[in-house]
Design a protein around this ligand. Structure first.
Ligand code: IVH
Length: 667
């Protein structure tokens, strides 16, 4: 295909894909099948590859995301991002209405909207193209998360119709309930920690460094506020109607104009119950004065607009009976009491269990088995007991005594006076604690063995493994005999365990799960001593010679290697062939050229990755710092460096050097 034909085809495909995207994600009215959409997308990606001169950052092909890890740059908002005044009471709403009426001269309307529970985002469009997406941050400056936001299909990359040449539009990025449930189910299955609520999940997703991962999560975005000099109407509601025509997902379905505060109250009443069946979470209603002119008259306080207010719904409560209290032992041995309730419906789900936190909580509530209790769902998935209905208490009930012995291994529980939780001190014999250490051992940052939590549990129950060293003795035949264990998964697991024997020593040391020895300390210890043998022989004093290792860490290391069981485990791991010494390329001292010099590395780099640069600093005797201070010697800045870091470096007179300057330093 010649160049001009390719260009025509690329432009046509982009236009069609944008239109189908809008039909599917914004209007919910797809015209073509997913297959047809994918075919068009593939054709576009191929053409863009073949004719890179036509690459456009706003092409629909850019929505697939990228694996590049980029630190988010902090950028200043075009217009400050204010928050809203909050109230839970109708009286305060009426006061708000009175204040508005005092200032506003003439007739006016309110616009009622739902308050979406997600992450606020500000999108900048120039000439109809999305150029920047920034989180709220501190209201003045936020994180530039454009790459991640571009993966959200309901956010248009290119607008249609006639729109102002420059404007910002704001809204809320959220995860619909269904997508959230699905995501958590998958996380549970693969042994990852589940998100507490859709809001946290959306926030976590938006801040992922890897936009290809973001693209896989079903984020959505409602827009509810325009800022700019040439808005399409003198009214908020009408401007948003126009914005919907340009391609934005405006939640007009959930918006209503109100002539007076009574109508506002009706809207609130309706959604206070109606919200339970919505496919997304909302925690209140936002009331805004519709006319921009009147908004201007009302103005702002230092933090919030005087022309808008948020009414927050009260967390839903339910009354039910406490049938029993059971106890869960966590990976660290902490014991958590859990209330088993008579099933009751709350915020659209059936609640059977609630957390009771710890013994202090049980005592202060004086909650007893058989009591009628009030449960509430806050922002978290697990509801909590907030009060006991003392009037309905059975006269024969007795105070609840906290457990004396571990429910898993029967060891007497202990409690540190300065901590709230009881814990089981049987670190090496208590099943959830043992399993917890195995789970830590296999994580990606440790040995990176692909095994689900459920499989660890299965192997543990069948007594195939009792500690981390046993993983290396697991045999294919043992696995295929297990329930639901196919040949392929057995082979994969064996292979993954085998591969982990190449994991470098620093990670092996971290994987052991020695208390207080995280990734950084493991690295420092490994580099200082060079081998596990030397660490095992080191005294507390010798350990404390290592940078960042104090009494607490040193004590924990000594204790770990003194324990007879750990000695056996370590022996086992050694004979299985794990890396117990630093390898050539792991050992640091390439040179001492940077001895005494500290660096802050910011941005991304063309020739080598940021991690490699950091490693190189340390391998040559230098030190990495995370923030710029007067003690920093160099700021090593790549593409898109953190503007604050640059500013600080300039203020302290610290040299800002490039990748090439750094290579020079090492020569
Ligand atoms: S308007 C200047 N409308 O609530 C007014 N905010 O507590 C700008 N929010 O930071 C905000 N739904 O993240 C507005 N329909 C809605 C909203 C909404 C949710 C969030 C937003 C804001 C926070 C304020």
């Amino acid at each position: 295909m010649d160049q001009s034909k390719a260009q025509d085809r690329i432009l046509k495909l982009r236009e069609d894909l944008n239109r189908h995207n809008h039909l599917y994600y914004v209007l919910n009215q797809p015209l073509i099948t997913d297959f047809e959409f994918d075919q068009m997308m593939r054709e576009l990606i191929n053409l863009e590859k073949g004719f890179p001169e036509f690459i456009d950052l706003n092409s629909p092909s850019q929505r697939v995301g990228s694996d590049l890890n980029l630190e988010f740059a902090q950028v200043k908002h075009n217009y400050p991002m204010m928050s809203l005044g909050n109230t839970y009471s109708r009286e305060e709403l009426e006061d708000f209405d009175l204040r508005v009426r005092k200032v506003v001269t003439g007739e006016f309307e309110y616009v009622c909207e739902l308050k979406y529970d997600g992450i606020a985002i500000s999108l900048t469009y120039i000439n109809g193209k999305l150029v920047r997406s920034v989180t709220r941050g501190d209201g003045e400056r936020g994180d530039d998360v454009t790459r991640n936001v571009k993966t959200i299909k309901s956010i248009p990359l290119k607008l249609t119709g006639s729109f102002p040449s420059e404007f910002d539009i704001r809204g809320e990025i959220f995860l619909p309930r269904e997508g959230f449930d699905k995501m958590n189910r998958q996380r549970e299955e693969s042994g990852e920690q589940v998100f507490a609520n859709p809001r946290n999940a959306a926030a976590g997703t938006l801040k992922l460094q890897n936009s290809a991962m973001v693209a896989k999560r079903p984020l959505d975005c409602f827009l509810y506020y325009l800022a700019g000099n040439a808005l399409p109407s003198p009214y908020h509601y009408e401007s948003l109607v126009k914005a919907a025509e340009w391609g934005f997902k405006i939640p007009l379905k959930y918006m209503k104009k109100a002539e007076n505060i009574e109508e506002v109250l009706k809207f609130i009443e309706y959604w206070d119950t109606g919200r339970k069946t919505l496919p997304f979470e909302t925690d209140g209603v936002v009331i805004k004065v519709n006319s921009y002119e009147f908004q201007k008259q009302l103005g702002y306080t230092a933090k919030i607009p005087r022309w808008a207010i948020a009414y927050k719904f009260k967390a839903e409560q339910a009354r039910t009976r406490l049938n029993s209290i059971s106890f869960q032992v966590g990976r660290t041995g902490a014991v958590t009491p859990v209330a088993n309730l008579e099933p009751v419906s709350l915020s659209g789900t059936v609640v059977k269990r609630a957390t009771l936190h710890n013994s202090d909580q049980i005592q202060s509530l004086d909650v007893r088995i058989g009591d009628w209790v009030y449960v509430e769902k806050g922002g978290e998935i697990i509801p909590k007991i907030i009060a006991v209905d003392l009037n309905s208490r059975d006269a024969t009930s007795v105070s609840f005594n906290f457990l004396q012995n571990c429910p898993e291994c029967n060891t007497p529980l202990m409690k540190n006076p300065e901590e709230a939780a009881h814990y089981c001190p049987n670190t090496y014999g208590c099943p959830p604690q043992i399993k917890g250490r195995i789970e830590h051992f296999v994580t990606r940052k440790a040995m990176d063995i692909s095994i689900a939590e459920a499989t660890i549990d299965q192997l543990f129950r069948h007594k195939i493994i009792a500690n981390i060293a046993d993983l290396y003795k697991v045999e294919y035949m043992q696995l295929v005999m297990l329930e639901r264990f196919a040949e392929k998964s057995a082979n994969n697991l064996i292979e993954s365990i085998e591969n982990s024997k190449n994991v470098p020593f620093t990670r092996v040391l971290y994987a052991l799960g020695i208390r207080f020895v995280g990734e950084t300390v493991a690295k420092k210890l490994a580099r200082h001593f060079g081998s596990l043998e030397k660490i095992m022989l080191a005294s507390a004093e010798e350990l404390m010679n290592v940078d960042e290792v104090g009494e607490r860490i040193a004590g924990s290391v000594v204790e770990y290697f003194n324990h007879p069981l750990n000695k056996v485990i370590v022996e086992g791991l050694k004979s299985s062939g794990l890396q117990f010494t630093m390898r050539e390329n792991e050992t640091l001292s390439l040179s001492q050229k940077l001895l005494g010099k500290s660096f802050v590395v910011t941005g991304s780099f063309e020739k080598i990755s940021r991690d490699e640069l950091k490693a190189s600093i340390e391998q040559n005797g230098g030190k990495n710092l995370s923030t710029v201070s007067s003690g920093t010697n160099y700021l090593l800045a790549g593409i898109k460096p953190g503007p604050d870091k640059i500013k600080k470096a300039e203020a302290f007179g610290i040299p800002v050097i490039s990748e090439d300057d750094f290579t020079e330093l090492l020569k």
